[in-house]
Design a binder for this molecule. Structure first.
Ligand code: B12
Length: 328
């Protein structure tokens, strides 16, 4: 009798969670899975078992805020944001933190989904752009209030430059990304949105030990700007500093490669995993990142070729493993 296996993506779909959440369940030992040739395999029985344990937990009596689920916070926050209730919005985040929520999770699993829902409502014409703007203004203040908590003491892990190219206006995503990287021990230089290509170079030249440059591309309108940033950076900065593309307008590793980037990272967590691998040593980038990526067949070389050797398209000659190990 042959056993049916699901990929982790399919398992995540069945569980109704993000791929990265399912990945975390596996890492935490909550969801049984085996890795075969770099691909996670999950049995339907493992999914059933996981669901059963989850239901059992839900059925336990609730004790105040402690047992609130993330989804409830997203709903409440969303309501506060669309109703321009800044105090209420802050209260929701505080309650989530008081209930034991990690601050990174509060960004990625509460604030970002609430904003994504607002974006969807706007795109479906259900809410006016004014509501979206008002919600963004509140969210920006929330990030400002939360930001000082995103610190990690001790040894610094590296320096990362992030920014959005000309035409890109989504600065909030960068602010959140910056905080999440700081929480992991990286020093972050955030140029914000709408930054000219030469200014990326200017900023990069001021950083002594730059680990990577992250370029955020959230709308298709700013893809041209991203091409300019990547080209300009590749001509100007050391070939050892990878340029990483991310954001919702980059469809994946192939798209990032077409633009000329060294890496694609899927969401903040994908970026963190990629940076960790870069700082630990390049071979692990392939082991850990490419393992999750069905697309990567990367040659394992540490040094990248000089731009002149790369025929003007850096990505072709650089290591092409892609950090799409994880979603947001
Ligand atoms: C707030 C917002 C705005 C604000 C931005 C203000 C600000 N200060 O940031 C304003 C009102 C200006 C705006 C304008 C527009 N927006 Co807008 N906006 C949003 C909204 C609602 C929230 C964005 C946000 O901050 N999310 C929270 C962050 C944390 O999530 P995130 O962006 O997904 O970022 C994560 C990852 O993508 C990743 N990531 C992001 N950057 C990087 C970089 C690197 C290197 C890496 C590795 C990872 C990474 O990490 C983050 C955390 O995991 C989104 C909806 C949504 N789905 O997010 C729409 C959204 C992004 N906007 C959209 C659109 C269409 C527009 C406009 C074109 C609308 C218009 N016609 O005017 C303009 C374009 C402006 C421009 N040229 O940039 C679309 C984009 C669709 C697309 N991909 O093309 C969205 C998705 C709405 C929708 N559902 O249609 N927007």
């Amino acid at each position: 009798m042959s056993t049916e296996f699901l990929t982790l993506e399919k398992a995540a779909e069945r569980l109704g969670v993000h791929y990265m959440t399912a990945y975390r369940y596996v890492r935490q030992g909550k969801l049984s899975a085996t890795r075969v040739k770099g691909v996670w395999q999950v049995t339907p029985q493992a999914i059933d078992g996981f669901r059963q344990r989850l239901n059992e937990r839900k059925e336990r009596p609730r004790t105040g805020d402690d047992s609130r689920r993330t989804g409830d916070y997203v709903n409440e926050l969303h309501a506060c944001l669309v109703n321009a209730d800044a105090g209420g919005a802050w209260g929701v985040l505080q309650r989530a933190i008081d209930a034991g929520g990690e601050i990174g999770t509060v960004y990625l699993e509460i604030l970002a989904p609430a904003m994504a829902r607002i974006g969807e409502e706007w795109s479906r014409g259900e809410i006016d752009i004014a509501i979206e703007h008002q919600a963004t203004a509140i969210a920006t203040r929330l990030v400002g209030q939360m930001s000082p908590r995103f610190v990690r003491r001790g040894r610094r892990r590296g320096e990362v430059l992030i920014g959005g190219p000309s035409g890109e206006r989504h600065a909030l995503a960068l602010a959140m990304l910056g905080d999440l990287l700081r929480l992991e021990g990286y020093d972050v230089f955030d140029l914000g949105a709408d930054t000219p290509a030469n200014s990326f170079v200017h900023a990069a030249s001021k950083i002594n030990d730059l680990t990577a440059v992250g370029v955020s591309v959230t709308t298709t309108d700013s893809v041209e700007g991203a091409i300019d940033v990547v080209r300009t950076l590749r001509r100007a900065i050391s070939d050892d500093v990878p340029v990483v593309l991310g954001g919702s307008a980059i469809s994946g590793p192939d798209h990032a490669r077409e633009i000329g980037a060294d890496f694609y990272a899927n969401g903040a967590r994908g970026f963190i995993e990629l940076l960790d691998s870069i700082t630990r040593g390049s071979s692990t980038v392939d082991d850990e990142m490419a393992a999750e990526s069905s697309k990567s067949n990367a040659p394992k070389t540490t040094r990248k070729k000089a731009p002149s050797e790369s025929g003007g398209n850096g990505a072709q000659s650089r290591r092409q493993s892609d950090a799409d190990a994880s979603n947001n």
